[in-house]
Design a protein around this ligand. Structure first.
Ligand code: ADP
Length: 301
C-alpha cells in the first residue's frame, strides 16, 4: 500500500514511528505537509498538488493534523475523501473533536459521563453560571487551549469570577467545569484503535499540579482500567466518529468522565509507557480496513 501521512514535521516521534511501522509491513509511506498542499475544487476530478506534482495513487491517508492547522488541514483531508481515498480519521470527525463544546454536546447526548460543564458568551450573569456548575472550586478552560495551557483552577467564587471576566475580556471562548478533585491530578489516556482500547497510560501531574499533561511535567505509567472505563473510551471515540483516538478520562466519584477526545493522539508517551508497538497496530488497522471509496462522508460536511 501507499500510505500518506499528513504531518507538518517528519521528525516528530509519532510521524517517524508511523513511517517506520508502514515500512516494516512492506508499505511505502510518504510524509505530506498539509500546508504545502493546494487543491482544485471541482466536481469531476478533484485533485491535490504538492510542490508542483499531483498527489495520487494513495491507498490511505493518516491525518496527523495539529490543532494550529485544523482549518486548512481538515480541508486537505476532505479533498482526499472527495477523491475516494481512505482516510484513517475523516475530516468531519477531526473537526468535531477539535471543538470542545461540540464534542461535549455530542457526548452528553449519548449519555457519556462528563464533568458538569457550563458555557456562556456574556459575562453578565457569571455568578449564575458558576452556581449552575455547582460553585467553586471549579476549572475554567480556554476552548482553544491544548497541552494544559489555559486550564485554570479557581478555588473560590471570587477567583472564578475574576478569571472568567479576564478571559472573556480578551474575547476568549471559555468553558467552566466542575473540578474533579478526587482524580488527584491523574488522568487516563486510552488509545483507541478501531473500537478497541489498544493501550492505556495513566498520567500524574507533578507535585501540587492538578493538570496531568506531560507537557506540564506530568509522568506517565502503564495503567489498568475497569470495564466501565473501557466502554466509555470506546463509545466516546465512536460517537466522535474517530477510528483512532486518544480518550482522556478522569476517575470521578460519579464514575469515569471524559475530558477530551483527541484525534491525533501522540505515540511517544503511550508506546514508552505500554512497551507496545502502537504505530504497528494503527497500520494493521489500515491494512484491514482501507479500500478505495470507503469513506463514510466522502467529504460531506
Ligand atoms: P488540554 O486539552 O489543554 O490538555 P484538558 O481539558 O485536557 O486541557 O485539561 C488538562 C488537564 O487538567 C487534564 O488532563 C486534567 O488532568 C486536568 N483537568 C482538566 N479539567 C479538569 C477538571 N474539571 N477536574 C480536574 N482536573 C481537570
Amino acid at each position: 500500500m501507499k500510505i500518506g501521512i499528513l504531518s507538518r514535521n517528519a521528525q516528530l516521534y509519532s510521524t517517524r514511528r508511523l513511517v517506520e511501522a508502514a515500512g516494516e509491513r512492506g508499505h511505502t509511506a510518504e510524509v505530506i505537509d498539509p500546508l504545502r498542499c493546494y487543491m482544485n475544487i471541482t466536481t469531476h476530478r478533484p485533485s491535490i498538488h504538492y510542490a508542483g506534482k499531483n498527489l495520487d495513487g494513495f491507498d490511505a491517508i493518516i491525518p496527523r493534523v495539529g490543532a494550529s492547522v485544523t482549518f486548512f488541514g481538515t480541508a486537505v483531508v476532505r479533498q482526499f475523501e472527495m477523491m475516494g481515498v481512505y482516510c484513517l480519521n475523516e475530516s468531519v470527525a477531526i473537526s468535531r473533536s477539535r471543538d470542545k463544546l461540540r464534542s461535549f454536546q455530542l457526548l452528553a447526548r449519548k449519555g457519556i459521563g462528563l464533568p458538569v460543564t457550563g458555557f456562556a458568551h456574556s459575562t453578565r450573569y457569571t455568578d449564575d453560571l458558576i452556581d449552575m456548575v455547582g460553585g467553586a472550586p471549579l476549572v475554567v478552560k480556554l476552548l482553544e487551549g491544548t497541552q494544559g495551557i489555559g486550564v485554570v483552577l479557581a478555588e473560590t467564587q471570587s477567583a472564578a469570577h475574576s478569571v472568567i471576566e479576564a478571559f472573556r475580556g480578551l474575547e476568549a471562548n471559555i468553558l467552566v467545569q466542575e473540578f474533579i478533585k478526587e482524580a488527584g491530578g491523574r488522568d487516563l489516556r486510552c488509545f483507541v484503535i478501531g473500537g478497541k482500547v489498544a493501550a492505556v497510560m495513566s498520567r500524574q501531574g507533578k507535585e501540587g499540579e492538578f493538570r496531568s499533561n506531560l507537557h506540564r511535567g506530568g509522568k506517565a505509567s502503564i495503567a489498568k482500567i475497569s470495564p466501565e472505563e473501557r466502554s466509555t473510551a470506546v463509545r466516546a471515540a465512536g460517537i466522535m466518529g474517530l477510528n483512532v483516538a486518544g480518550v482522556d478520562l478522569l476517575r470521578s466519584n460519579h464514575g469515569p468522565v471524559v475530558m477530551e477526545v483527541n484525534s491525533s493522539p501522540g505515540l511517544e508517551g503511550i508506546e514508552t509507557a505500554s512497551g507496545q508497538d502502537i504505530a504497528g497496530k494503527v497500520v494493521e488497522f489500515i491494512e484491514a480496513n482501507a479500500a478505495a471509496g470507503k469513506t463514510k462522508t466522502r467529504g460531506r460536511g
